[in-house]
Design a protein around this ligand. Structure first.
Ligand code: ZN
Length: 249
């Protein structure tokens, strides 16, 4: 498991208004860089690639690009949308991804923020989505990506109880930590503004720069708390032109 984890969402053959939709060619540039870094002297750099939501574009554009570069990814899927919405992947397509060596993880059943749920509703999201993937694909599911990046202690305990051993957040600066047998892992959200050179800087970042970044992120989190979760989310959506059900960064 790499130490730097990249988080992608939708891909598109043409530029999109939404900040989190990368073009196919931009994604290809990222992969070329990653492949180069892998083969260079800096091969000790660890990283992994993840996709959130389960968009059809992940299969259409992401999968061929990964294969071309001999790379694999973790695909976190919203199980309630698979094989139901035409812009999302089908179970059959996910089986192809698994056969090629990729991992499929849960991103919940409905994509509702887990912090807004309690009791059975919370466990339904976690356990049902896990079971659905396991039943359809015949693989063990141990990874979860938190919908909208939202979590708290209560949510984390429910993830542990539901059998997830790896929980991925949307916090780029998080130091990985363990709770019971579950590892909490931060990720870097990939936006249109992230060029290959930016990515290179991140992947080669020194511990000192990482420390400064963590401090900045803490300030952002304090602002988020002061504004309130829902208000912050609304402001963020306006700024990034994200659709209503899209992830926070
Ligand atoms: Zn999401």
């Amino acid at each position: 498991m790499g130490s730097t984890v990249l988080m992608y969402h939708e891909l598109s053959p043409v530029p999109s208004r939404s900040l989190y939709v990368l073009t196919e060619s931009q994604f290809q540039q990222h992969l070329t860089l990653i492949s180069e870094l892998r083969q260079s002297a800096a091969a000790g750099l660890g990283f992994s690639i993840t996709f959130d939501d389960g968009h059809l574009s992940n299969f259409k554009y992401g999968f061929p690009a990964l294969t071309k570069n001999s790379l694999e990814a973790i695909f976190f899927v919203i199980t309630g949308r698979l094989s139901r919405r035409s812009d999302f992947m089908t179970w059959e397509q996910l089986r192809e991804l698994v056969t090629a060596g990729n991992e499929v993880g849960s991103h919940g059943r409905s994509h509702r923020p887990l912090t807004h749920l309690c009791g059975p509703a919370l466990f339904d999201e976690l356990r049902d989505s896990k079971r659905e993937i396991e039943d359809h694909l015949g693989v063990a599911v141990e990874s979860l990506s938190l919908p909208h990046g939202r979590w708290n202690r209560r949510v984390l305990e429910a993830c542990v109880k539901s059998g997830y051993t790896r929980v991925y957040t949307s916090n780029p600066w998080a130091q990985p930590f363990e709770r019971a047998s579950t590892r909490i892992i931060g990720r870097w959200g990939m936006r249109q503004t992230v060029q290959a050179e930016d990515l290179k800087r991140w992947l080669e970042m020194t511990p000192l720069r990482a420390r400064a970044g963590r401090a900045r992120y803490t300030v952002k989190e304090m602002v988020k708390k002061a504004m309130g979760d829902r208000l912050y989310h609304a402001a963020w959506r306006t700024l990034t032109h994200a659709p209503l059900d899209f992830d926070d960064s």
